[in-house]
Design a protein around this ligand. Structure first.
Ligand code: SF4
Length: 222
């Protein structure tokens, strides 16, 4: 049975801080609801693609009520360069309607309430809570899921299980930044197609679990 490895945590975290830094520039926004929408738009898209559409989008929709009342086709026209834009436009409008009607125009600040909003899953909610309120949370996307398993920090079969395992393994001050650090690492070196261990700065600390597989065996949508 696969073991959880905890003895490499401090060395790996120190290396990740050194290579990828400890902070990441956030999305362009002026209000909390705009940050939430930006995070929703970033699912399965690059931050660069999202950054490119945000200024025009938020010049058109200044208040949450503006987007709640906008025709979906109009929202689509601002975000059509982003993947899954039709679905995201529909969810953006619905989400804003819910914020106006159920939360008095204020984005809720708990996981439980955020999960009631259209298009908001645990990943989006965790990122929002950490970016907007500094509330520590571990966002498990496809890169975090894969690399946490390869590093031996988790063996869960879905993102929620991995999130709970990582909460036990990682010091709380690393919960927020582990997400972008492992995304960068997952894109550059420990990719889903192949773990490039021969050029990985974590190589000496890593048990390289399941690197002969894709490591993407999650059973739930991320
Ligand atoms: S040593 Fe290999 S498996 Fe471990 S983090 Fe680096 S690339 Fe991934």
């Amino acid at each position: 049975m696969t073991q959880i490895h905890k003895n490499n945590v401090q060395e790996v975290l120190r290396k990740l801080d050194e290579i990828y830094g400890t902070t990441k520039e956030g999305f362009y926004h002026q209000q909390d609801w705009q940050l939430l929408i930006a995070i929703m738009l970033s699912a399965q898209s690059t931050d660069k693609q999202v950054d490119e559409v945000l200024p025009a989008l938020f010049q058109r929709y200044v208040d949450v009520g503006d987007m709640a009342e906008a025709p979906v086709e109009e929202i689509e026209s601002y975000i059509h360069s982003i993947g899954l834009y039709k679905n995201k436009a529909k969810n953006s409008k619905l989400c804003c309607q819910q914020i106006v009607e159920q939360y008095n125009g204020q984005v809720p600040d708990t996981m439980e309430k955020l999960l009631t909003l259209a298009g908001v899953g645990r990943k989006t909610a965790n990122l929002f809570l950490s970016d907007a309120h500094g509330i520590p949370g571990i966002t498990v996307d496809t890169h975090v899921f894969r690399i946490a398993r390869r590093l031996g920090w988790a063996k869960g079969k879905n993102p929620l299980q991995v999130e709970e395992e990582l909460q036990k393994v990682l010091p709380e001050e690393h919960w927020i930044r582990i997400n972008f650090q492992l995304i960068y690492h997952g894109r550059a070196i420990c990719t889903s197609r192949k773990a490039h261990c021969e050029k990985c700065p974590l190589e000496q600390f890593c048990p390289k679990i399941d690197t002969d597989k894709t490591g993407n065996g999650q059973t739930e949508k991320l």
